[in-house]
Design a protein around this ligand. Structure first.
Ligand SMILES: [Zn+2]
Length: 407
């Protein structure tokens, strides 16, 4: 972590030797006294050192740290010209961010990309599958970064994710690019919340490193046009990170999660590999107990596809569902989508009533409720462990800073 002062943040590559059939790239943000490294490793592609990636990794840390940003060399004109607009948006989203000056980089007119590839970021979740199926005829690559939603040290879950990606690659006829990175930990070291502002530019930095192979990258949306809130990846912001060589498209805001699930339920591969849970307790593929798992199971139920989806329990535990709390604005919006989808389904009356009850609960009561059940879970787990009935609870650190890249 850098100290508080006014020195500019300098960004540079520290290229390591190419590894067999792939690349290791290390980027360093420094202010002359201390540094924050960010690294990427892949065996599936040749990563290209480009200042467009440095810009995506540097702008938010510089604004957050109230420093100027220094990048040596040339920066694509399209991205260079987006500097003001990006800062207009982030500045109104987060008033503590300071408008930063860019120094060192010269505005350059780049030739259009020679790359033919069209990629999408893919985690195996609802948003990812929707974009994959919608643009199947155009897509050539799917990209997954280990260390963001699964800890790098979580070998068991990572192997399951890699197997899922391999199957999707084969079934959809797309090339899979898997990378390892401390990307999430890098942004969090600057005090930037991953979900709130960081994950859009972070992922798009990866796409710029892959730009010789790609001319377009889709970033699957989280929210619809009716529910837009400031968030890491956003239809207003993502396209501004495009360069003359790489078009960035924020995709899927026209569809609710129910509509997305209806689309992915047409794919047997999706029904056998869908993965939404970022809980990662005991390396479970989907825990079936967290807000996101419950929300997706209700999505699947409303779409008439829960029984066919083999990565979730086939039935919803209504008692456990009723205990759930929705506190965040986006959680309420998504639950409301589920409620509306169930309105015309008399057979799902009990499920409808359970969701209605959760939504009607005041937020203060939901917070008390959540804390109560959290303590119950901790107590139950400790009792089971003492009785030797539960294996050691395991959950690995997200972010990637717990693992060093190969030298
Ligand atoms: Zn879960």
């Amino acid at each position: 972590m850098l100290n508080d002062d006014s020195r500019p943040l300098y960004f540079s590559f520290e290229p390591r030797q190419q590894v067999v059939e792939g690349s290791v790239v290390r980027i360093v943000a420094h202010d002359g006294s201390s540094e924050v490294p960010c690294w990427f490793v892949t065996k599936d592609a040749n990563l290209t050192l480009c200042n467009e990636a440095l810009f995506c990794l540097g702008l938010l840390p510089a604004m957050k740290m109230q420093r100027d940003l220094h990048i040596e060399g040339s920066l694509d004109a399209k991205l260079y010209d987006a500097l003001r607009r990006l800062q207009d948006i982030y500045g109104i989203w987060e008033p503590t961010y300071r408008r930063t000056q860019l120094s060192g980089a010269a505005r350059s007119l780049s030739a259009p990309s020679l790359g033919l590839g069209v990629g999408t970021f893919f985690t195996g979740g609802v948003d990812s599958y929707y974009t994959l199926i919608k643009h199947q005829s155009e897509l050539t690559h799917i990209i997954y970064v280990h260390g963001i939603d699964v800890g790098l040290a979580d070998k068991r879950l990572r192997a399951q994710v890699s197997a899922m990606l391999e199957r999707v690659g084969n079934d959809f006829g797309v090339k899979v690019i898997e990378l390892e990175s401390n990307l999430r930990g890098y942004f969090e070291d600057f005090g930037l919340e991953w979900g709130r502002h960081a994950f859009g530019p972070a992922l798009i930095a990866v796409a710029h490193l892959l730009a010789p192979d790609l001319r377009k990258i889709y970033v699957p949306s989280t929210f619809t046009y009716a529910e837009l809130i400031p968030v890491g990846s956003h239809p207003l912001v993502d396209p501004l990170w495009s360069s003359s060589r790489l078009e960035v498209v924020h995709d899927g805001c026209e569809a609710t999660r129910i509509m997305k699930v209806q689309k992915l339920a047409t794919s047997q591969t999706a029904m056998e590999t869908l993965r939404v849970c970022f809980n990662n307790v005991d390396s479970n593929y989907n825990c079936g107990k967290c807000e996101k798992c419950f929300r997706t199971m209700v999505n699947l139920k409303a779409a008439g596809a829960l029984e066919r989806c083999t990565t979730f329990p086939g039935t919803i535990d209504l008692r456990a569902l009723r205990r759930m709390s929705v506190i965040e604005e986006y959680e309420r919006a998504m639950m409301l989508q589920n409620l509306r989808a169930l309105e015309g389904q008399p057979a799902e009356r009990q499920l409808y009533d359970a969701l209605n009850k959760i939504l009607k609960r005041p937020v203060w009561q939901s917070r008390v409720n959540e804390e109560f059940w959290r303590r119950v879970r901790v107590w139950r787990r400790s009792v089971r462990r003492r009785l030797g009935l539960e294996k050691k609870y395991s959950q690995f650190e997200l972010g990637g800073n717990d693992v060093q890249p190969p030298q």
